[in-house]
Design a protein around this ligand. Sequence first.
Ligand SMILES: NC(=O)c1ccc[n+]([C@@H]2O[C@H](COP(=O)([O-])OP(=O)(O)OC[C@H]3O[C@@H](n4cnc5c(N)ncnc54)[C@H](OP(=O)(O)O)[C@@H]3O)[C@@H](O)[C@H]2O)c1
Length: 422
Amino acid sequence: MKIGIVGVGTVGRSVVEILQENKEIISARAGVEITPVIGVARDIESKKDLDILLTTSIDELLDSDIDVVVELMGGVEKPYEIVTKALERGKSVVTANKALLAYHRYELQTKAGELGFGFEASVAGGIPIIKSLREGLSANHIESIVGIMNGTCNFILTKMMSEGAEFAPTLKEAQELGYAEADPTFDIGGFDAAHKLLILASIAYGIDAKPEDILIEGIESITSDDISFAKEFGYSIKLLTIAKKVGDKVELRVHPALIKNEKMIAKVDGVMNAVSVYGDKVGETMYYGPGAGGNATASAVVADLIDIARNGKNAQTSPMLGFTKPLEKNLSLANKGDVETKYYIRMNVKDETGVLATVAKILGDKDISIETFLQSPHTKKDNITTILLSTHSCQEVKVMEAFDEIEQLSISQGRPSMIRIE
Ligand SMILES: NC(=O)c1ccc[n+]([C@@H]2O[C@H](COP(=O)([O-])OP(=O)(O)OC[C@H]3O[C@@H](n4cnc5c(N)ncnc54)[C@H](OP(=O)(O)O)[C@@H]3O)[C@@H](O)[C@H]2O)c1
């Protein structure tokens, strides 16, 4: 089986190397040899050490005698165009591109038809979560998926927790170590994790949502006060991707969350990824591993190639997004504000007597009861103090209404902020 790689960068290079270095075991497993024959990049001079034909022309690759196009260039519309052309020419496709799938997975499923379309590497890199969810857990109603699916955020939050450091210097350190991009917005803003969540939500629930339809919050506003509160009350702070079935609705959200330290997912540190899937029959299953990196991601890409090689020309043996026909009783996406959980709240106020009573009354009037309270251990200037508290379970809309009122108080120094407690 001959393959062409559009984008011989970090992952593309590893795909070529794995196919060459593990050639014997791969062909024994696939039943045929899988040979990378052509690769596309903008700068091909720097890739001359690779033992494949290199070109800057995507058309040359598409016109060549290859069976599978592996898309590893990134982006949304350009790869969509390339992958569409490949499918129209009867070539199977493998991609690691979550952004492409976050926007175009349903059109691509239709276009692929019987052709192979592998995208295991698009969610949690080297962890075979797509296959686990689509094949291994297909007997179950999926009650929830909770994941740590962005290594950059997890690295930063782990460092902030262990060192009590602030966000900005920790991000800078992550950039220096190569764990964060020069423009980190996509990772730290939660968008990368959201793209992955949308892919899993399709397979688990048949939900066709776009990034703009779901709640996405990043980790930029986490402070050392939040870290102090988490430590005091036995929590970790993680950027979580959450899909939760509530009746006939599904909540899809990405945001930082406080999780009790004894939970398994709270122990996932550094750049590692983990996904916990709760099925109604199987109970909780958990997957842990490297969510990024050339070799780890290429491991999943090559596994998809092996599947395609095993299955022949009409390679798509299971439906790409997990459903052969629509559910009779469709699940729909919950509204962004319909979350009900416990909250941790931080607010800066003037350090005056009666402040806490005033705040507690506003919360109480909205049926929000306080569970724990802490005064910030960090010194503030100009008679300003920071109140840190957590609530019992309540509706998010009520929390927002309470914030509107607190913000208007003369003692208040801006709008309070919150982190959900999972
Ligand atoms: N890196 C990871 O750990 C990881 C993990 C999971 C998923 N992914 C996904 O895998 C994909 C590739 O990621 P990567 O980290 O390998 O990216 P990368 O290192 O930036 O590689 C991208 C490659 O595509 C080429 N390219 C980009 N635009 C092009 C164009 N217009 N024409 C021709 N070639 C073009 C680049 O050429 P030049 O080299 O000449 O610039 C480069 O070789 C992305 O969709 C990413 O989200 C990556």
